[in-house]
Design a protein around this ligand. Structure first.
Ligand code: NAD
Length: 437
C-alpha cells in the first residue's frame, strides 16, 4: 500500500483484518514515525485498535522502503494524494506517477498495480505505459479500484461497502481476467456479506468515482439552494428534506443544508470533473454551476454573520464552534471554516475558536490572530456572537442557559442547524440558522 494517509492507512488496516499481509509505505517522516510508535497520525474512530490488532498479529507493517514492500506483492495499491493542481483546477498527478515509477523499479514478479487514489480518466493507462517504459521486461496488470470510504466512518464503509468497483484493462489479451482474479481473492470476505462487486473497464471505474462524488456534491448544493429559498418564503428545509428524501428515488442522505461543502474530496473532485469533461469536449454545466454556487456560498455565509451582528463585525469577538469540514475527523482540507473565518477576520472580527479534533491542522490555515480555546464554553466566553461551523455532537449537548451566561452578546449564527430555534430564542438569543423560519 503506497501512502499511509486516510485512504491508505484505513484500507491497509482493513485488508490486514481480512487476513492479508499488508506493508504500508509512507514517505512523510512524521507520519511514519507515529505509525511505527503505534500512534495514529489521523483522527478516525476505531482505527487505533484495528491497526494495533493487526500489527500485533504480524499482518500489518509500516516502512519507507518501497522496494522491500513491493517485492513478492501480488497487488500494489497506489493511495497517495491527488490534490488540485495549483492554478488550473486539474488533479495533480505527480505523486501518483512518482509512486508508479518507484513501483516499476522495485517489482520482481507479476503483480497488479491498482490505483486507489481518485484519478482522472486515462490515468490507469498512463500508469501502465509508464511502468512498461521503465520495465519492458515485466509482466503486470493495472487496475482501478476507487475508494468510497467517508472520513469519520471509514472502517465501517470499507468493511461493509455499498459496492466495490474494480476496473481492469479489458483491452488486454485475457481481458484483464488475471488482475480480476487477484482482486477477487483480496476482496473475498466481502463476497461473504454479499457486498456488490462491480467489474468494469479501467476508464469506467475511474469516472465512476468522480460521478459519485459530484452527484453527492450536487445534492448538497441543491438542498442549500432550497434552504435559501425556504428563508425567503417561510418554509422549513428539514421538513422538505424529509418530504423528498422518503421518496426512494431521491433518498434521505446528503440533504442537510449548511455553509457549503468542503473537505478533501468534493471540492477537488468536482473541479477535476469539470476539467475532465471540458477536455473531452463534453462539458458538464451542472457540475460547473455546482462549483460556482458552492464557492459563492462561503462568502455569503460570512456576510450572513456580519448581517446578524447588525451590519459590522469590526471590533467584535466571535466565538467559533467547529473548524473541520465535518464532525468525526481532524481533516481541515478545504473546510468551509477557512474562507468564512478569513472574511470575518478581514472585516475586523476577533475569533475565539474550538474544535474537538481539528485545532492543530487548523492553525496554519486560519487567520493568524485566531485564539484557540480549550473547549466550547471557553470559546463562547466574552463573545459578542457565536458561530457554529461543524456539527460535532458535543456542541448539541451544550446548555443554552450557560452559553448565554458566559457570552457578552446574544447573537448566535448556527450554520449547521444543531439547535432548536424556539428554544434558543426562549433563552434570549438572537438566533439564526439555515433554511428555517
Ligand atoms: P493523504 O494526503 O491523507 O495521504 C496520502 C499519503 O501518501 C500521505 O501521507 C503522503 O505522505 C503519502 N505519499 C505520497 N507519495 C508517496 C510515495 N511515493 N510513497 C509513499 N507514500 C507517499 O490523502 P488521502 O485523504 O488518503 O487521499 C488519497 C487519495 O484517495 C486521494 O486521491 C483522494 O482523493 C482519495 N480518496 C480520499 C478519501 C478521503 O476521505 N480522504 C476518500 C476516498 C478517496
Amino acid at each position: 500500500m503506497i501512502g499511509g494517509g486516510y485512504v491508505g492507512l484505513v484500507s491497509g488496516a482493513c485488508f490486514a483484518e481480512f487476513g492479508t499481509d499488508v506493508a504500508i509505505v509512507e514517505t512523510d517522516p512524521g507520519r511514519l514515525a507515529a505509525l511505527r510508535e503505534g500512534r495514529i497520525p489521523i483522527y478516525e474512530p476505531g482505527l487505533d485498535k484495528l491497526v494495533a490488532d493487526n500489527v500485533a498479529a504480524g499482518r500489518l507493517t509500516f516502512g519507507d522502503d518501497i522496494e522491500k514492500a513491493v517485492q513478492d506483492a501480488e497487488a500494489i495499491f497506489i493511495a497517495v494524494g491527488t490534490p488540485t493542481r495549483r492554478g488550473d483546477g486539474h488533479a495533480d498527478l505527480r505523486y501518483v506517477y512518482a509512486a508508479a515509477e518507484q513501483i516499476a523499479k522495485s517489482m520482481n514478479d507479476y503483480a497488479v498495480v491498482v490505483t486507489k487514489s481518485t484519478v482522472p480518466v486515462g490515468t490507469g493507462r498512463q500508469v501502465s505505459d509508464l511502468i512498461r517504459r521503465v520495465r519492458p521486461d515485466l509482466d503486470f496488470d493495472v487496475a482501478s479500484n476507487p475508494e468510497f470510504l467517508r472520513e469519520g466512518n471509514a472502517i465501517g464503509d470499507f468493511m461493509r461497502p455499498d459496492r466495490v468497483i474494480i476496473g481492469t484493462d479489458t483491452t488486454r489479451p485475457g481481458g484483464g481476467e488475471r488482475a480480476r482474479e487477484v482482486l477477487r481473492r483480496l476482496y473475498r470476505p466481502l463476497y461473504l456479506i454479499e457486498a456488490p462487486i462491480l467489474f468494469t473497464g479501467l476508464e469506467t471505474a475511474e469516472l465512476a468515482k468522480y460521478a459519485a462524488n459530484s452527484f453527492l456534491a450536487m445534492k448538497v448544493t441543491f438542498i442549500n439552494e432550497i434552504a435559501d429559498l425556504c428563508e425567503k418564503v417561510g418554509a422549513e428545509v428539514h421538513d422538505i428534506a424529509r418530504g423528498i428524501g422518503l421518496d426512494n428515488r431521491i433518498g434521505r442522505k446528503f440533504l442537510h443544508p449548511g455553509p457549503g461543502f468542503g473537505g478533501s474530496c468534493f471540492p477537488k473532485d468536482t473541479l477535476a470533473l469539470v476539467h475532465i469533461a471540458q477536455d473531452a469536449g463534453s462539458p458538464m454545466r451542472l457540475i460547473e454551476t455546482t462549483v460556482d454556487i458552492n464557492d459563492a456560498r462561503k462568502t455569503r455565509m460570512a456576510d450572513r454573520v456580519v448581517a446578524a451582528c447588525g451590519g459590522s463585525v469590526s471590533g467584535l469577538t466571535i466565538g467559533v464552534l467547529g473548524l473541520t469540514f465535518k464532525p468525526e475527523t481532524d481533516d481541515m482540507r478545504e473546510a468551509s471554516s477557512i474562507p468564512i473565518l478569513h472574511r470575518l477576520a478581514a472585516a475586523g472580527a476577533g475569533l475565539r475558536a474550538f474544535d474537538p479534533a481539528g485545532m492543530t491542522p487548523a492553525r496554519p490555515l486560519l487567520p493568524e490572530a485566531t485564539q484557540y480555546c480549550a473547549d466550547a464554553q471557553e470559546a463562547a466566553t466574552g463573545a459578542d456572537a457565536l458561530l457554529v461551523l461543524t456539527e460535532w455532537n458535543e456542541f448539541r449537548a451544550l446548555s443554552p442557559a450557560r452559553l448565554r451566561d458566559v457570552m457578552k452578546g446574544d447573537v448566535v449564527v448556527d450554520l449547521r442547524n444543531i439547535w432548536d430555534p424556539q428554544a434558543m430564542r426562549a433563552h434570549g438569543f438572537r438566533y439564526s440558522s439555515v433554511g428555517r423560519p
